[in-house]
Design a protein around this ligand. Structure first.
Ligand code: 9YT
Length: 133
């Protein structure tokens, strides 16, 4: 069994920041679960254009409020505590934080831990897929 706490992750290489967000990666590819799970802070006022071409992601809001916009079909939904969104179609999306938001994020396949977004807002594919790029 694996038991980790947020305190153990803070300030380590699994605590990754980029403009507008800070992702504390609790479970990663190295843990062998088939998904990764992150406790992510989105800064108030952040507007993130994201597109996880190589991953499925589900995001569950546990603090704050904002909205999620699909750049594929133009729809927008409010996001607040207790709302989950799932990018089941590798949707191009924009996350806008009205307040500071805290999100629990799960990625399939799991991220390795070092990822930050590329110019498309995507993370690199897992190593097994890299040859196909
Ligand atoms: C909600 C979202 O996708 N934020 C960007 C960071 C990402 N969730 C991560 O790496 O934890």
């Amino acid at each position: 069994m694996i038991v980790r706490t947020l305190d153990e992750v803070l300030g380590t290489e699994d605590d990754v920041s980029a403009p507008g967000w800070n992702s504390r990666r609790l479970l990663l590819a190295k843990h062998g679960m088939g998904f990764s799970m992150h406790d992510t802070i989105i800064e108030a006022g952040a507007s993130l254009d994201l597109w996880y071409r190589h991953h499925l992601e589900a995001v569950y809001c546990i603090e704050g409020e904002g909205e999620i916009h699909s750049r594929d079909d133009g729809r927008t939904w409010p996001i607040g505590v207790g709302t989950i969104y799932a990018l089941d179609r590798h949707d191009k999306h924009t996350l806008r934080a009205r307040t500071r938001m805290r999100m629990i994020c799960a990625f399939n396949p799991p991220v390795t831990g070092r990822e930050v977004h590329d110019a498309d807002g995507a993370y690199a594919p897992p190593p097994d897929d890299a040859a196909a790029e």
